[in-house]
Write a protein that binds this ligand. Sequence first.
Ligand code: GLN
Length: 491
Amino acid sequence: MSLLDRTGATLREDVVSGRASAAEICGAFLERIANVNPTLGAFITIDPERALAAARAVDAARAAGAPLGPLAGVPVALKDNLCLRGMRTTASSKILDTFTPPYTATAVDRLEAAGAVILGKTNCDEFAMGSSTENSAYGPTRNPWALDRAPGGSSGGSAAAVASLCAPLALGSDTGGSIRQPGAFCGVVGLKPTYGRVSRYGLLAFASSLDQIGPFARTVADAATVLTVMAGPDPMDATSADAPRTDFSAALSGDISGVKIGVPRAFVAEGVDASVLSAFEVTLDTLRRLGATLVDIELPHAKYAIPVYYLVCTAEASSNLARYDGVRYGYRTPLGRSDTLKTMYNRTRDEGFGAEVKRRIMLGTYVLSAGYYDAYYLKAQQVRTLLRRDYEEAFERVDVVAMPTTPTPPFKLGEKVDDPLKMYLEDIFTVGANLAGIPGISLPCGFTADRLPIGVQLQARMFDEATMLRVADAYERATEWHKATPVVLPP
Ligand code: GLN
């Protein structure tokens, strides 16, 4: 068996037991990336030297008999909106094309402290705005299952990297579905933690009340390990929660008898592709067979989730992106003698940002403007509260909520990119968890007739990732979907 299709847990065992060295493992993944990345476009930056040095340090620690961390020698790919000291970090934007951060995101720091080996930075939608990874200044990423299709987004590069065996693990960020949706499109596990569970320090901000960092993996157990390593309060992020540190791996008992799973039937009934619906029904049957009880629930305000999300996230984005002004860091337009400060700002932002980012800055500025604030932004915040209450009521009756991750299987590159509204509707099932602050996970749960991956989503109460992961892991143990790998890319 090759090293490439092993899980993070197995690779760590290989390192600990001496079956493989961290350097050998790192070399195998770097070679895989070199082979498939020209086709796939999953990585923007690859740093073989840095990766091999980190791997050798793990091997040296083992040789010296030092304790090895829970991710010792396990390669990880990072979405390119996560800062890593000394490595170019672009958020897939021309405005940050030459930006090299002087510090590392806390979540990434914790992975490295646990022995992880960072391979490089993955492609994404510019500033994480999108659902297809086509809004990137560096070109699109292709779906490893069908090269003419989108890998989902915005963390499409990270999802494609894990699906194509370029990395056993990757990090993404999820503001409205950007981990779960590409997870579903690429047939891998994607986890968005509770808001505040993982520090956002060093994540380039998109919408600060919604953003969370989370893992991609090929198994629930691997995702649980990464979450355990990353989670916990951080003095550098005032919104990181003071929740007790939990060993999420310990929750994976395999037993879900008596767990109550809520199904929002009315919400799921409309506008969902038949292949997705039938995979969802089969998934519910499997969960029932494993001992869970299915309960019908209502999320009456979920139908407003898309407009609420796109008002809140654009408002926050317009404020967060004001910092890119050509003065402090990043791209600056070439200046002529007669240029004023104002033309410098205008041209820098005009040339540095792509179309979707500009659209959102304009929308956000509009909804926050004095004349429209009450009608749009304030109203959106009020409906956000109602949606959160819908979930609170549901979680009085059930432990976990299940729904499809996406309304459609992976769509074609170019199919939706010129129609923002169509693209936004892809997020109907994912944005609710961000608006409510609750955790969500997408798991592989089937394929379409032409072998495109389909995902199912589980959500849970705030800070109850443990129950969500237990159900997800039990489902995974009972099914084979997560074992499939795409065949379009030569091994
Ligand atoms: N697709 C959503 C958007 O375009 C979600 C993005 C995200 O989660 N970063 O905003």
